[in-house]
Design a protein around this ligand. Structure first.
Ligand code: FPP
Length: 241
C-alpha cells in the first residue's frame, strides 16, 4: 500500500474576509472578526489532523496601505486575541511563534505578541506561526542584513570573501528551525503568492480554494490535505516510476 504523505508544515493565505463582508452588506472589519473565528477552527482542526507547524498570513507588510477604518479594527482584533484568548493555545498545547518585522508593529501589539510567545514557549504541540507585518521580500532583506552584520566582519578578517550560500541566508530567516512548508493553501480563489514565504515555498505544493476564508471549516482543511497527500513531489528530480 502506498504511504500517504502528511503535510508537516501548512501555510495559509487567509483571503476573502473583505469580500465575505461586502457580500452581506457588512463593514470589511466584520469580515476579519469572522476570519479570526475561522482561523481558530482551522488551528484546532490542523492540530487534530497531525499538522506540526501552521503558518497563518495575518497581516502583510503591504496591508498598511488599507484604510485606517480597516487597519485599526484588525490591530484591535489581534491585540484582544493575543491578550484574552491565550487559553485557547494553552488548552490545545499550542506554541505561538511570529514571522515578520516585529519592530514595525505598534508597541502594544509588539508587547502582546512577545507575551504570547513567552507564555506558550514550553508547549509541545503544534506550532502556530503568526505572520504579522510579514512580507517574503522583507524577511529575506532582513535575513541578509543580519547575516552580513553577523558574519561579514569575520569573513573579511579571514580573507575569504567567498560570498554567502543559500544555507547562510536560510539560517537568518525569521524561524530557521521551522521546516519549509509542504503545503500552502489560499482561500478565495486568487492564484498568487502575495509575498508569502518566498524563500521557503520553493518546493511547496499549492492548493487554492474558492471559498472565502470566514466560511472555512475542518472539512475544507481535510480536502486540502487529501489533495496534498496524492501529489508526487520530486523536488526538481525525476519522478519515480
Ligand atoms: C484577507 O482578507 C485577510 C487579512 C488581511 C487578514 C486578517 C486575518 C484575520 C483577522 C485572522 C487573524 C487570525 C489570527 C489567528 C490572529 P481580505 O481583506 O484581503 O479579503 P478580500 O480580498 O476579500 O478583500
Amino acid at each position: 500500500m502506498m504511504h500517504k504523505a502528511t503535510a508537516a508544515h501548512v501555510g495559509i493565505i487567509m483571503d476573502g474576509n473583505g469580500r465575505w463582508a461586502q457580500q452581506r452588506g457588512l463593514a470589511r472589519a466584520q469580515g476579519h472578526t469572522e476570519g479570526l473565528k475561522a482561523a481558530k477552527r482551522i488551528v484546532k482542526a490542523a492540530a487534530d489532523l497531525g499538522v506540526q507547524f501552521l503558518t497563518l498570513y495575518v497581516f502583510s507588510t503591504e496591508n498598511w496601505k488599507r484604510a485606517a477604518d480597516e487597519v485599526g479594527p484588525i490591530m484591535a482584533l489581534l491585540k484582544q486575541h493575543l491578550r484574552a484568548e491565550l487559553d485557547f493555545y494553552r488548552e490545545n498545547n499550542l506554541r505561538i511563534r511570529h514571522a515578520g518585522d516585529a519592530g514595525g508593529l505598534p508597541p502594544d501589539i509588539q508587547s502582546e505578541l512577545a507575551g504570547a510567545i513567552e507564555d506558550t514557549k514550553g508547549f509541545s504541540g503544534m506550532q502556530v506561526v503568526l505572520a504579522i507585518n510579514y512580507g517574503g521580500r522583507n524577511e529575506i532583506a532582513r535575513a541578509v542584513r543580519r547575516l552580513f552584520a553577523a558574519e561579514a566582519a569575520q569573513r573579511a578578517a579571514q580573507g575569504g570573501g567567498g560570498g554567502f550560500s543559500e544555507g547562510d541566508i536560510a539560517r537568518f530567516l525569521d524561524n530557521p528551525d521551522v521546516p519549509d512548508p509542504d503545503l500552502i493553501i489560499r482561500s478565495a480563489g486568487e492564484f498568487r503568492t502575495s509575498n508569502f514565504m518566498l524563500w521557503q515555498s520553493a518546493y511547496s505544493e499549492y492548493y487554492v480554494s474558492q471559498k472565502f476564508w470566514p466560511d472555512w471549516d475542518r472539512a475544507d482543511l481535510e480536502a486540502a490535505l487529501e489533495s496534498f497527500s496524492g501529489r508526487a513531489r520530486p523536488f526538481g528530480g525525476a519522478r519515480a516510476g
